[in-house]
Design a protein around this ligand. Structure first.
Ligand code: G3P
Length: 214
């Protein structure tokens, strides 16, 4: 499973990158706004840190405008993936962008039927938001399971990008199901490293190491 960091904070992207954790980056308008940087500047800065897919979201909501904004965004750097909302106009745009060889990430996916349509349109990635489903008392990971089953039934190549991941449980479950990618904030990625038995074990080893000459 590939790991993307969901962030617009270049310091945390650098930190995660230095741990060898990052295969790619996802951003959204909310994360980009938090950075306080001009959108293009932020994306270009991220391309300097990570050599992998970097999702940058359009703000247009009609197909012609999404296509034109998407073409512009895609021209910024070879690693940029155009993130498009899962609406009818978005699907029309994805079909055109895909035919032009532009990679897309269809975002705000909340149902298996939407995921199937994104694949039909030729999306490179589909982003089902598991945490936001959990928020409304719907089991988010069930959606990942359904999409995996449906995509495998038909040999669909669109990659499942588990998004809105909020915990290490989402991470492990996504790997069990066979999600192609997970994107998670730095706060969650950091949590994956820690185990109390590792800390206790290391403390004991270091204490015992004091007793011998090296
Ligand atoms: O990748 C989508 C993600 O940014 C949404 O996460 O936590 O705002 O639901 P969240």
């Amino acid at each position: 499973m590939k790991i993307f960091i969901d962030s617009g904070d270049t310091d945390e992207i650098k930190e995660a990158q230095s741990m060898g954790l990052v295969d790619g980056v996802t951003t959204n308008p909310s994360l980009a706004a938090k950075s306080g940087k001009r959108f293009k500047d932020l994306i270009m800065e991220i391309t300097e840190i990570v050599d992998g897919p970097i999702s940058a979201e359009v703000v247009a909501i009609t197909a012609p405008e999404i296509i034109s904004e998407g073409e512009d965004i895609a021209s910024w750097h070879r690693n940029v993936v155009v993130k498009v909302p899962l609406i009818a106009e978005g699907l029309k745009a994805v079909k055109v962008l895909t035919s032009k060889g532009i990679k897309t990430n269809v975002t705000l996916c909340f149902s298996a039927s939407q995921a199937l349509l994104a694949a039909k349109a030729g999306a490179t990635y589909v982003s089902p938001f598991v945490g936001r489903l959990d928020d409304i008392a719907v089991e988010g990971m069930d959606l990942i399971r359904d999409i995996r089953l449906i995509y495998d039934n038909y040999g669909i190549e669109t990659q499942i990008l588990t998004a809105s991941a909020r915990s290490p449980v989402h991470f492990v479950e996504a790997a069990r199901i066979g999600s192609d990618v997970i994107t998670a904030p730095w706060s969650v990625l950091k949590m994956l490293v820690h185990h109390p038995l590792t800390d206790i074990g290391l403390k004991k080893f270091l204490a015992d190491a004091e007793k011998i000459k090296r």
